[in-house]
Design a binder for this molecule. Structure first.
Ligand SMILES: Cc1cc2nc3c(=O)[nH]c(=O)nc-3n(C[C@H](O)[C@H](O)[C@H](O)COP(=O)(O)OP(=O)(O)OC[C@H]3O[C@@H](n4cnc5c(N)ncnc54)[C@H](O)[C@@H]3O)c2cc1C
Length: 396
């Protein structure tokens, strides 16, 4: 059973009164089947999935929509399919479709198309807007500018009162307080890297999401509109994460951006590979970055959250969060493996150079690995592609 836990002084700050769509929430003698703390992509996906199971759902967020967050803004085909399954519509003229992934390093480039459809690059606030619209249409109730400041087994504490809930979902991101209050902070592993993100007003020069590999950094470029790209720079050390410094590693990329206008303020972020021992306790469950996550280089943080959400709704409907715990582990496995592989390639310059050259000479192998990442290839296909890559490496 959870004890009541709350942030010191949080109740003294009564500035952020909860405002529900359609009117003020003056007395919060309210209750819900499911209370979701955090209305980022994970909280919204969890809320939609819970509503689709017939639960009454309230979501609170300390911010107001549309919520911005530093992100590479690329969604893989599997992520796009999850969005579609939730009923979230991205219009044909919104964002920018991309057909696959390219790996680029000085003197080498290999590209492969997705087998499962196209990916979409989409500005975060627009994704947020579309998800909020869908959640509202499903009947989710929102409390904006309403941080959650404590919880116990019966519900959550807001500055303006308490809400009772059967289930509490922590979707409050990397620095989750729900995770801390639920005593779920213990991590099996946690490895952080440092990122900075910029948008440039420039016509995308490629139909692929490009990943540039350098000595100290990786950059990935996502086409997000007809005239805009999003670029994320990721480094092991915060000093090398300075955008302009890191950019010098790829003169070709630097040249493309020399005269391009910046279309957003540069934002920094921490990205981490993190897995927790447990993502639930009592009636509390964690989803999205609050439940651990993968390095941004995988481009799959959103996809993970969108796959976790229906699994959580199923578990709540079954009255058994242990079921979610197991599903969460299974969902994370493939992306964690990819994250480890990408980080290892990033650290091992010599091997990475040979791998990219080997893939360049056999782009079909790259396509098979990409299909495996998207869940469109079975284990045997991946193992045989791995064996063939090993054979090519001996040759290079
Ligand atoms: C640099 C970078 C690049 C990335 N690129 C990609 C990419 O290209 N593709 C991809 O799929 N993923 C990418 N990711 C990962 C992706 O951004 C995250 O996985 C995703 O944002 C997780 O969503 P979330 O809802 O769990 O958390 P968040 O988006 O962080 O949302 C958490 C929400 O909780 C709210 N909140 C926090 N505390 C409280 C509280 N006490 N009470 C109420 N509300 C609260 C916050 O206001 C926020 O709205 C990237 C991540 C980084 C850092």
């Amino acid at each position: 059973m959870l004890r009541f836990t709350a942030d010191k002084h949080a109740n003294e700050k009564r500035v952020n009164r909860g405002v529900e769509k359609g009117g003020k929430v003056s007395s919060l003698g309210q209750s819900a089947d499911v209370f979701v703390a955090g209305a980022g992509p994970a909280g919204l996906a969890a809320a939609i999935a819970a509503r689709q199971k017939g639960f009454q759902v309230i979501v609170a967020d300390g911010s107001a929509p549309p919520i911005e967050k530093p992100c590479g803004e690329g969604m893989m085909p599997e992520t796009v399919a999850s969005l579609r399954a939730m009923g979230v519509e991205i219009g044909p003229t919104e964002g920018r479709r991309f057909s696959g992934i390219s790996f680029v390093q000085p003197g080498a480039r290999v590209s492969a198309d997705f087998r499962q459809g196209t990916g979409i690059g989409l500005r975060r606030p627009l994704l947020h807007e579309r998800m909020v619209e869908r959640a509202e249409a499903c009947g989710v109730r929102f409390l904006w500018k309403t941080p959650v400041c404590g919880m116990d087994a019966e519900g959550v504490q807001l500055a303006c009162g308490k809400i009772r809930a059967r289930w509490i979902v922590g979707a409050d991101g990397q620095g989750s307080r729900v995770r801390r209050w639920g005593e779920l902070d213990a991590a099996k592993r946690k490895r952080q890297r440092f990122a900075s993100r910029r948008h440039y007003r420039v016509r995308p020069w490629s139909n692929y999401m490009e990943i540039y590999w350098g000595h100290h950094a990786q950059a990935y470029v996502t086409p997000i509109d007809r005239e805009e790209v999003c670029i994320v720079m990721i480094c092991e050390q915060p000093e090398t994460a300075l955008f302009d410094t890191a950019l010098r590693e790829w003169p070709e990329l630097e040249a493309r951006l020399t005269n391009a206008e910046l279309s957003s303020r540069e934002r920094g972020a921490v990205t981490s590979m993190c897995s927790l021992y447990s993502v639930h306790r009592g009636n509390v469950a964690l989803v999205g970055d609050a439940s651990g996550g993968v390095d941004a280089i995988t481009g799959d943080g959103l996809g993970l959250a969108f796959r976790q959400a229906p699994a959580l709704a199923d578990a709540m409907a079954a009255g058994n969060l242990m079921q979610y715990e197991q599903a969460h582990r299974a969902i994370a496995r493939r992306t964690m493996l990819l994250g480890d592989l990408m980080l290892w390639l990033g650290r091992n310059r010599g091997i990475r150079g040979r791998v990219i050259r080997a893939l360049q000479s056999r782009p079909d192998l790259f396509a098979r690995f990409l299909a495996a990442h998207g869940g469109a290839a079975d284990r045997t296909a991946v193992l045989s592609a791995g064996a063939m890559l090993g054979w090519r490496l001996l040759d290079i």
